[in-house]
Design a protein around this ligand. Structure first.
Ligand code: NOJ
Length: 445
């Protein structure tokens, strides 16, 4: 069975992020980010790898855009490195702006719609030293940075994404500690940072709409399809419901339908910043669209011994896994339907979906048949949701090319284009040809 075409204006795209692809993080007047610092601390990333060179996109962006053109994408999602633009508080770095201006102009020349993420985790180190997103002042700094970009690019860029995956940034960065800024078991940090990131989003939305009438802004939300381990167990259902609120709805509700999930506040409200309630009215309905980054499902069972949440993640029996997560295509459909049914059918994009492969033990490094199978299954589900009336307007495949997969270093490859990290040569994998064909015909074998 083939994948039937979506409507003609459906935006097929790919996605990347600054620290993961650019390299040269300190070039031309940029200051370090928290990821620059974190990845240089021994033991924090796989093989102590870092983004010093990454894909060298900073110098090879023309070749990378040529690949986008060849793929035929209609849109490209990428992020801007905040410390290249604002290397210290209140200072604007022209050379940083010029770098992204070259990229934007080249994309537009080829009729590729830029979707710009303002913040994909590379917080300026100076901001972290001031307390980072724990502090309410971070909102003003974020606004200054955002307004700088809106002024520079607002005439040409119509699609903006304020924050990438606030859930992963706050849970990994403040509780698990496996990602920058690398704090552990800091629930206050988690809830403060979450609130300030969401508040920043709403302030940025107000600012953007003031600058440019036709421009739209959303958030890219990491959304996991959360299930009870035993579907018949009431306690497991309650555990899964709470985890759904913690992982998904905490980051989604305040900027859409409004308010934090009550049940979560009852448990964790004491970790929220004082007076947060006063912000809520202004945060509501501030997304012109929702971005969904979907990769996986998770199952939870009741656990007496897990403090506060009383939920423990389990492996779902019978569920296939990739090198990182469970594979569950129905999850993308369920989450899209949820946007329709529970979030007023707000326009949405799949802002990320993709498949990790490790090179080890593979004879043909360009043959990524498993990736094609994953993508096909997920795109089918997106199509089904689209047919059933979900207002899904585009799909961004993660990722254009192999890149720095954060704490997993360069081992975990998501690209449809292979990057040889020794020579930096780009080579198309089978999935790139496959995706090129999907974009062209909307059909696949
Ligand atoms: C989500 C993140 O936004 C992106 O940076 C990351 O590489 C992919 N998921 C894969 O883990």
């Amino acid at each position: 069975m083939g994948i039937k075409a979506f409507s003609d204006d459906f935006l097929w795209g790919t996605a990347t992020a600054s620290y993961q692809i650019e390299g040269s993080p300190l070039a031309d007047g940029a200051s370090p980010s928290i990821w620059h610092k974190f990845s240089h601390i021994p033991g924090k990333t796989k093989n102590n790898e870092n983004g010093d060179t990454a894909c060298d996109h900073y110098h090879r962006y023309e070749e990378d855009i040529d690949n986008l053109v060849k793929l035929g994408v209609k849109a490209y999602r990428f992020s801007i490195a905040w410390p290249r633009i604002i290397p210290e508080p209140g200072t604007i770095n022209r050379k940083g702006i010029d770098f992204y201006k070259r990229i934007i102009d080249r994309l537009l020349k080829h009729n590729i719609e830029p979707f710009i993420t303002l913040f994909h985790w590379d917080t300026p180190l100076w901001l972290e030293k001031l307390g980072g997103f724990r502090k309410r002042e971070s909102v003003d700094h974020f606004l200054f940075y955002g307004e700088t970009l809106f002024k520079e690019f607002g005439d040409r860029v119509k699609h903006w994404i304020s924050v990438n995956e606030p859930m992963v940034y706050t849970i990994s960065g403040y509780v698990i500690g496996d990602m920058a800024p690398g704090y552990k078991r800091d629930l206050r940090g988690l809830f403060h940072a979450a609130h300030h990131l969401l508040l920043s989003h709403s302030r940025l939305a107000d600012a953007l709409h003031g600058f440019s009438k036709g421009a739209v802004i959303g958030i890219a939300e990491a959304q996991v399809w959360v299930r009870p381990f035993k579907s018949g167990s009431e306690r497991d259902k309650r555990a899964a419901d709470l985890m759904d609120k913690l992982i998904n709805r905490l980051y989604m509700d305040p900027v859409t339908t409004g308010g934090y999930p009550e049940k979560l506040l009852a448990k964790a409200g004491r970790y929220m910043p004082a007076g947060f309630e006063k912000d809520l009215e202004g945060m509501k309905n501030t997304c012109d669209f929702i971005g969904i980054n979907y990769y996986t499902s998770q199952s939870y069972r009741y656990s007496l011994f897990t403090p506060m949440i009383h939920a423990k993640e389990m492996q779902t029996p019978g569920c296939k896994r990739s090198a990182m997560w469970e594979i569950y295509p129905d999850g993308i459909y369920n989450l899209l339907k949820r946007v329709k049914d529970e979030y007023n059918n707000i326009p949405c994009y799949i802002t990320e979906n993709g498949f990790p492969l490790n090179d080890k033990g593979r004879s043909d490094l360009l043959d990524d048949a498993e990736r094609i199978e994953y993508l096909k299954d997920h795109i089918r589900k997106v199509m089904q949701a689209h047919k059933e009336g979900v207002n899904v307007k585009g799909y961004f495949l993660w990722s254009l090319m192999d890149n720095f997969e954060w704490n997993h270093g360069y081992d975990m490859r998501f690209g449809i284009i292979r990057v040889d990290f020794k020579t930096l040569k780009r080579s198309w994998k089978k999935s790139a040809y496959w995706y090129q064909n999907i974009i062209k015909t909307g059909l696949s074998g």
